[in-house]
Each structure stands twice: as structure tokens, then as C-alpha cells.
Design a protein around this ligand. Structure first.
Ligand code: C2E
Ligand code: MG
Ligand code: MG
Ligand code: MG
Length: 292
């Protein structure tokens, strides 16, 4: 680049930015269309709940476009969040969960289903319409749901954030912080908001091997002790190996989620996936009882 001088570099950067902006705009328009054409769907990932001895779920949005192929949520959710499309996506996801629960109660059992809530949906009128009113019109108790909020925007207006978390909990939803530990103000959240629990970010769990990554192990162990003292539930996400699972069970982690237990699956495979995680639950119980 040096050979062509500063201007060429700047031109190139501007071009790259323009290309990216165009692509995002294109995806936004596609997503708008996809919502109408019903190209979105949901997947459920079972979680092993050692505390309540049941299998819980997290619902995850999926988008399969006939001409663009499968677009991961890590790509389309941030685009939806930058426009008001995130309202439509969330409305679709939560309504689908309620419908699935009504149509296939046997697949859900007594599980609690976690739903991801973007920070820019944190307005009372929106939360009421999207979650409180929808659950109520489907006659599903709000205690069957957990709302996962990511660290970030909540801190911009902590006073309002606290009121809204309170509102959701008064309405009967569980409220937890997702991807805990990656934001610079993580610990502040524990004091500022009346939460039910936290989900420790995958990046810590992936490195929890005791012998190789002493520091990550200590961090996770510390977060768990802290959470216990604050009366918060702890979920570990991104459990990919048996080793990680055993380490977490030894630390008395309440809830575990990850590919080792089950991948996210479409509703038609849910019953089978849940049964598989139940087998792990038995194993975990006997381990916790010191029988292994
Ligand atoms: P998240 O809420 O932290 O969800 C966990 C993500 O980790 C999911 O990715 C899940 O498939 C993946 N995962 C679960 N277990 C493992 C594991 O053992 N190893 C690895 N490597 N990954 C694992 P997914 O489905 O691609 O979703 C990515 C993110 O997109 C979610 O992260 C969430 O922030 C967002 N998202 C997904 N659906 C929705 C939605 O309906 N609304 C909102 N607002 N965000 C959503
Ligand atoms: Mg989540
Ligand atoms: Mg997460
Ligand atoms: Mg995540």
C-alpha cells in the first residue's frame, strides 16, 4: 500500500466501508422480506438444570433464505438491532415459542424457556406488548420463561434499566444476564439490577480445564461463589467436553448448556434431545451425591 500512497489507502478503506454498508442494507431489506415470507424459524437448545432436576431450554432464532442460504443470528440479529426489525424478530420468536408450547406440551414438560432480549427493546411499552401480553393471551404462566439480557446498553440508563428488570420480575418472568463477564462493567450489574441469575460467557467455559488454564478456572470458580453469595443462579454456556462438564459439576454449577449436552434443535427433534440430556442429568445427580 505504501507504494500507492496515503490516498489510495484511504480510498480503499472508504470502498470497503461502502461495500459493508451496502451489504448490511441489503440484508436488512432481505430480513424485512423474510419476516413476511416466513423464512425465520426457531431452534431449542436443552440445558441441564441440576438444581431443579429438570431440562430447561433456550430458544434461538434461525434464518434460512432460499437465495442467500443460512444466515447465522450472529450476523442478522445485530442488523435487526440497528433498525426496528428486532421488534418483529422478537415478536416472531416469542409467539412461536408460545404456539409450540400450546401445540406440543409433551416436548416442553415442566421446562423454563429462555428468550434473548436485545437491549434496545428495553422500553416498558415494548416489553409489555412483546412478552407480558403475548404470554397472557396464550394463557401460559410467565414463570415458564426466562428473559436473557446482554450486558451493554442497560448501563446507559441504570435507573430505567432497574425499573424494567423489576417490572419483568413483578410480571413473573425470570431475568438473567447473558454472556456474563465480557463487559467492562460486569460486576456493576450484580449490584445495580435485581436479577435472578447470570450466564457465564462461553469464552470462560471453553478454557476451564483445570490443569491447563488455572486462571480461567479460578475466575469461573470465583464468579460462582460470588453469585451464590448474592443468591443468583449460574448457567455455564458453551460446555463442549465431558471434562468441562465434570469440572462445572464439581464446582456445583446449577445449570449447564452446550454442544456436549445437546446442539440447538428444531421442535420436531426436541423430545429426543431432551431425553438425551435427561440421561446426563441422572449421571450428574449420582456424581453430585458422591456415588461416582
Ligand atoms: P447467546 O444468546 O449467547 O446464545 C448462545 C449461542 O451459543 C448460540 O448461538 C448457541 O447455538 C451457541 N452455543 C451453544 N452451545 C455451544 C457450544 O457448546 N459451543 C459453541 N461454540 N457454541 C454454542 P447462535 O444460535 O448462533 O446465536 C448467537 C447469538 O445470537 C446468541 O448468543 C444471541 O445473542 C443471538 N440470538 C439468537 N437468537 C436470538 C433472538 O431470538 N433474539 C435476540 N435478541 N438475539 C438472538
Ligand atoms: Mg442467550
Ligand atoms: Mg450467551
Ligand atoms: Mg453469546
Amino acid at each position: 500500500a505504501k507504494m500507492f500512497g496515503k490516498n489510495t489507502v484511504r480510498l480503499y478503506q472508504e470502498n470497503a466501508q461502502t461495500v459493508q454498508r451496502k451489504e448490511e442494507l441489503m440484508l436488512e431489506l432481505e430480513l424485512m422480506r423474510a419476516l413476511q415470507e416466513e423464512e425465520l424459524s426457531v431452534a431449542y437448545q436443552p440445558k441441564l438444570d441440576t438444581k431443579n432436576q429438570r431440562v430447561n431450554l433456550e430458544v434461538l432464532a434461525r434464518w434460512h433464505s432460499p437465495h442467500l442460504g443460512t444466515i447465522p443470528p450472529g450476523r442478522f440479529i445485530p442488523i435487526a438491532e440497528r433498525s426496528s426489525l428486532i421488534e418483529k424478530v422478537t415478536e416472531f420468536v416469542f409467539t412461536r415459542v408460545c404456539e409450540d408450547q400450546l401445540l406440543r406440551p409433551e416436548a416442553f414438560g415442566d421446562s423454563v424457556t429462555a428468550v434473548n432480549v436485545s437491549a434496545n427493546l428495553f422500553r416498558k411499552d415494548l416489553l409489555k406488548r412483546l412478552f407480558v401480553d403475548t404470554a397472557s393471551s396464550c394463557k401460559i404462566p410467565t414463570s415458564r420463561f426466562e428473559l436473557e439480557i446482554t450486558e451493554g446498553m442497560l448501563m446507559e440508563d441504570p435507573e430505567e434499566g432497574r425499573r424494567l428488570v423489576e417490572y419483568l420480575r413483578d410480571e413473573g418472568f425470570r431475568v438473567v444476564i447473558d454472556d456474563f463477564g465480557v463487559s467492562y462493567s460486569s460486576l456493576n450489574y450484580l449490584a445495580a439490577f435485581p436479577l435472578d441469575g447470570i450466564k457465564i460467557d462461553q469464552s470462560f467455559i471453553r478454557k476451564i480445564d483445570r490443569n491447563l488454564n488455572k486462571k480461567e478456572y479460578e475466575i469461573v470458580s470465583f464468579i460462582m461463589q460470588l453469585a451464590k453469595r448474592l443468591n443468583l443462579s449460574v448457567t455455564a454456556e458453551g460446555v463442549e467436553t465431558e471434562d468441562q462438564m465434570q469440572t462445572l459439576l464439581d464446582l456445583q454449577c446449577e445449570e449447564l448448556q452446550g454442544y456436549f449436552l445437546s446442539r440447538p434443535v428444531p421442535i420436531r427433534q426436541l423430545k429426543k434431545a431432551v431425553a438425551q440430556v435427561h440421561a446426563h442429568l441422572k449421571e450428574a445427580e449420582s456424581r453430585l451425591n458422591g456415588q461416582l
